[in-house]
Design a protein around this ligand. Structure first.
Ligand SMILES: Nc1ncnc2c1ncn2[C@@H]1O[C@H](COP(=O)(O)OP(=O)(O)O)[C@@H](O)[C@H]1O
Ligand SMILES: [Mg+2]
Length: 422
């Protein structure tokens, strides 16, 4: 029988060794689980680079490697998804059109910056808000409901009232979003400028028709009177024919001015720029109006330009612009009045100034005189047979050269128009 002492000692040593191994294993397992937990926590909190670090060949190495590979794949997928989402968000944000998407329950799923701006959706309204919280308009709310309930796409126009009224074109389309179901996609296009332009065009056509109708009616009246017998009375016939002559001249002036405007509007292709020596050019313009000035008892004066001033401009356009200013300066003047033309360099540019000692204009009219067909004194200008297009031709001409036109005027004292070329 061996002595129990050594056996016991052996058993105790073995027990201690096994116990120690278990203990150490347990500690390592515990350590590994803690690392695993920390890594999962970091990963789920958005740190896609979080991995378990276990030295190769150690216990749990295979497990850690599998986990890290899984994490790699997951991180790759998440990054791809995020990149896609960022791209879509960037596209949506850079769009000029407002975009809103509502999910099947009628809650806001997505909106872009343009939608917020166009519809003035306040900041507190975020995805999750109900249709009623996002959009006030009942027609629009009904459209969204119909679209969500299976209706086909629709288009409608919406007028927003307020400090700056706007007109919107809205397209409502059904869309399928995976995992969510049938949604309603709304695209808002601000067409206020387009509508205003349409109105300007309609007004223009109406004005042109009216301007044509007046002389045509006069011509037809005169012709009828001649046919009805006035022809046989030489004195009356001469008067009617003179009237026809004046009205037809007015018509051709109107056509010429309209063509000039059309030519300047089709810039810059319609322009032929060339160097123009302003001193001889302006002298020539004054000569053209010498007779008209004499008829109105007005004197024309060109202030010496001094050094040669060369302007790169479309000769036809400049001739029309300066001519229209001279014509106005003479016509809206008084016997004994003056029209003075100056040209000078200012900074890197050139200015041409036409001032007169004429009747001037009330300050209230100044902002509108460059509009087509706008006249300060409606009756007077119609009588004198002017077209009301002169100043809008001037404005278009300078602007098509990158410049601008300025006006200063005092009633009963005179006016000064300045063409500013850059
Ligand atoms: N130099 C000026 N002095 C006073 N009024 C002017 C002058 N130039 C223009 N206006 C006013 O501006 C209006 C618009 O001018 P314009 O476009 O040339 O049209 P039009 O001369 O054919 O009437 C004129 O009807 C006139 O009332
Ligand atoms: Mg005029």
């Amino acid at each position: 029988m061996p002595a129990p002492g050594p056996l016991l000692g052996l058993a105790a040593a073995l027990g201690l060794a096994v116990g120690g191994w278990f203990f150490r294993s347990n500690v390592r397992l515990h350590g590994f689980l803690r690392k695993l937990l920390e890594t999962i926590r970091s990963f789920s909190q958005g740190d896609l680079t979080a991995r378990i670090a276990v030295p190769r060949g150690r216990e749990f190495d295979a497990f850690a490697q599998s986990f890290n590979r899984l994490a790699d794949r997951l991180a790759g997928t998440i990054q791809t998804l995020q990149a896609g989402r960022n791209q879509i968000e960037a596209i949506l944000e850079s769009m000029g059109e407002g975009v809103l998407v509502f999910e099947p329950e009628g809650r806001l799923l997505l909106l872009n910056g343009a939608a917020r701006r166009i519809l003035a959706i306040p900041r507190p309204v975020v995805p999750g808000a109900s249709v009623g919280e996002v959009l006030r308009d009942p027609d629009l709310q009904a459209t969204i409901r119909r679209t969500l309930q299976g209706g086909a796409g629709q288009e409608l126009e919406l007028e927003l009232y307020g400090a700056a009224p706007r007109v919107l074109r809205v397209r409502a389309l059904p869309c399928e979003v995976s995992g969510i179901g049938r949604c309603a996609l709304l695209v808002f296009h601000d067409i206020t400028d387009l509508k205003n332009l349409e109105q300007v065009r309609r007004d223009f056509v109406a004005n042109v028709s009216h301007e044509f109708k007046t002389p045509l009616t006069a011509i037809r009246g005169a012709v009828e009177a001649l046919l009805d017998g006035a022809m046989r009375d030489p004195k009356a016939a001469a008067d009617f024919i003179k009237g026809i002559d004046e009205e037809s001249q007015r018509l051709s002036r109107l056509v010429e001015d309209l063509l000039a405007l059309a030519r300047l509007e089709s810039k810059p292709e319609g322009l032929e720029r060339e160097p123009i020596d302003l001193e001889p050019f302006l002298r020539e313009q004054l000569n053209r109006f010498e007779r008209s000035a004499a008829e109105h008892g007005v004197t024309l004066r060109l202030e010496s330009v001094g050094e040669p001033l060369i302007l790169l401009a479309d000769r036809r356009g400049l001739t029309q612009a300066v001519g229209n200013l001279l014509d106005n300066g003479i016509k809206y003047n008084r016997t004994g009045g003056q029209v003075i033309v100056r040209a000078f360099s200012a900074g890197t540019g050139i200015r041409i100034e036409v001032s007169d000692t004429g009747i001037g204009m009330p300050a209230a009219d100044l902002p509108r005189i460059f509009e087509r067909f706008y006249r300060v004194d409606k009756a007077r200008s119609r009588r004198s047979g002017d077209t009301g297009l002169g100043l809008s031709i001037v404005k278009h001409m300078v602007e098509s050269h990158g410049g601008s036109v300025q006006v200063e005027s005092r009633l009963d004292a005179g006016s000064r128009f300045t063409l500013v070329f850059p």
